[in-house]
Design a protein around this ligand. Structure first.
Ligand code: G
Ligand code: G
Ligand code: MN
Length: 494
């Protein structure tokens, strides 16, 4: 019995030892498994953290990490009484890069931008890709320091960039804001406003946030909002101002000037709303409406027996629209108007911007047979050679020179030079802004071909112009004989 009991104990002991061993093995196994799980967990956590803080495409910080970096930078500035600045960087026309070269090349370019930003910041300045083609960098110092960084960034991105799809050169627009000039929480918002201004200024610019512009910006935002509804609500209308032949005093043309009757604030000048329309992509519908309405009016005059040449102001953005000339041609045709009776007034600065788009448009305008008039002439930088290349039939001396004619020898000299130059190139010269007889007499003596200004007539509604042309205009228009009922003098086309 005892033996049995003994061996029984032994067995129990053995079983106990075995169980303990098994438990130990099990424990060890589960502990190592746990360790594995823990490692896995921390790897996942690290991956998540990496995802949260590092942009996978460029290896730069993400918005979240950049925001945290800004907290630290602001705290440091507070401590040391120092300044820091944020640059918000957007690649110009990036969408067209992707469209032209494919998304793969787009990614490659963005990666390359990341590398260049890091190199420009010498890996010391926090740099981030905030999304899409928008990047950011924080630098020590005030806005002036940030501007030299902006120049360095623009130069670095402008260097040729080789991608699988070909060599690119990127431009960028940059908005700059400084701390503590702006509160920490507002830094990215204000930088973004400055960036919008930079883009509006023309690609490739950088702009420092200017708090004094904020109220102007709010005003513009309101005007823009209302302008979107202006076409729909039929709030735009046209005025017409005659151009007068300097010797026969007959009307040669009517310049079309758009107006906006704002329901609350009254008539708004195109000086105010055309630049906004250009900036925010509304110039195409507005420009088309003006041309349509001008042709409609010209057709009415023609049907009444008045052959009126009309001159429409064309903005730079309209000139650059791919289908501008096609659209003009079809509008003229629809109204049964001869192209040679239509003048496009294009400012000197736009006409001389020698881009392939404007050059092509000029050529197509010439083929269509419409007249081109170079507006506000004398304020830009034309060379004789570039003028000669343009198919322009007319130059308009800028109002500034006409205003100063009587008092400034310099203005007289410029006006005279413009007349001579235009005649040498076989163009007609129009003086705009003629307000008194002294100016008129000087311009006539110089050989100016046509005159336009308050001395003769202000811009007015179409019906008024018909009546005006039929009435005796008194001594100001001297021997004014309305030619509005007859053929207007045919101008030359190059
Ligand atoms: O009339 P006045 O204040 O209207 O015109 C102011 C400026 O607006 C001028 O420089 C004139 O050329 C421009 N402008 C007037 N009408 C038009 C238009 O229909 N289109 C464009 N692009 N500019 C216009
Ligand atoms: O830039 P553009 O040439 O299109 O500008 C025409 C502008 O000149 C319009 O604003 C028109 O109202 C204005 N204008 C026309 N005649 C005169 C004038 O005699 N004096 C002044 N001050 N402005 C004029
Ligand atoms: Mn004009």
């Amino acid at each position: 019995m005892q033996v049995v009991a003994w061996t029984g104990w032994i067995w129990i002991a053995v079983a106990g030892i075995l169980a303990a061993g098994a438990a130990a093995v099990l424990w060890l196994a589960s502990a190592s498994k746990l360790k594995g799980v823990r490692a896995e967990l921390s790897a996942t956590r690290a991956a998540l953290e990496q995802q949260r803080t590092i942009d996978p495409l460029t290896g730069l910080s993400t918005l979240a990490a950049f925001d945290e970096a800004l907290d630290a930078i602001a705290a440091q500035c507070d401590q040391r009484g120092a300044e820091a600045s944020v640059l918000l960087i957007e690649i110009d026309h990036f969408r067209s890069v992707s469209e032209a070269y494919g998304a793969g090349a787009g990614d490659e370019a963005l990666r390359n931008v990341g590398e260049r930003l890091r190199a420009v910041g010498k890996d010391r300045q926090p740099a981030a890709r905030l999304g899409g083609d928008t990047f950011a960098m924080a630098v020590p110092g005030n806005a002036l320091a940030a501007q030299s960084m902006a120049n360095a960034i623009a130069a670095a991105l402008g260097e040729p960039m080789r991608t699988a799809a070909g060599t690119l050169r990127l431009g960028c627009s940059i908005g700059i804001v400084s701390y503590p000039g702006q509160p920490r929480r507002m830094l990215l918002d204000k930088a973004s406003m400055a960036l919008q201004d930079a883009k509006a200024l023309g690609r490739g610019s950088h702009v420092v946030f200017d708090p004094s512009q904020e109220s102007a910006r709010r005003d513009s935002a309101r005007v823009l909002h209302d302008l979107r509804g202006a076409l729909e609500n039929r709030e735009l209308f046209l005025h017409f101002q005659p151009k007068i032949d300097a010797t026969s005093l007959q009307i040669t043309a009517a310049e079309v000037l758009v107006r906006w009757r704002h329901p609350a604030t009254g008539v708004v000048s195109p000086d105010r709303f055309i630049p906004l329309a250009e900036r925010y992509g509304l110039i195409e519908p507005i420009g088309r409406w003006v041309i349509e309405e001008a042709c409609r009016q010209a057709a009415i005059w023609r049907d009444q027996g008045m052959r009126m040449r009309i001159a429409v102001n064309i903005s730079g953005d309209q000139m650059r629209q791919a289908d501008f000339v096609d659209h003009l041609a079809s509008t003229l045709q629809r109204h049964n108007m001869q192209p040679s009776r239509f003048t496009c007034e294009i400012t000197e600065s736009i006409a001389m911007a020698d881009t392939s788009a404007t050059r092509a448009t000029f050529e197509r305008l010439r083929l269509l047979g419409v007249h081109v008039s170079i507006d506000d002439f004398g304020t830009g930088h034309s060379s004789l050679a570039s003028l000669k290349r343009l198919p322009a039939a007319e130059l308009k001396i800028d109002r500034a020179f006409v205003t100063d004619l009587a008092t400034s020898e310099h203005a007289r000299f410029i006006a005279e030079t413009i007349v001579k130059m235009a005649h040498a190139l076989d163009m007609r010269v129009v003086a705009e802004g003629v307000e008194n007889r002294q100016q008129r007499d000087l311009l006539v003596a110089m050989g100016c071909d046509e005159l336009q200004g308050y001395l003769f007539a202000r811009p007015m509604p179409a019906e008024d112009l018909s009546m005006w042309s039929a009435r005796d205009q008194g001594s100001n228009a001297a021997a004014f004989r309305p030619s509005i009922f007859a053929e207007t003098a045919p101008n030359r086309i190059n």
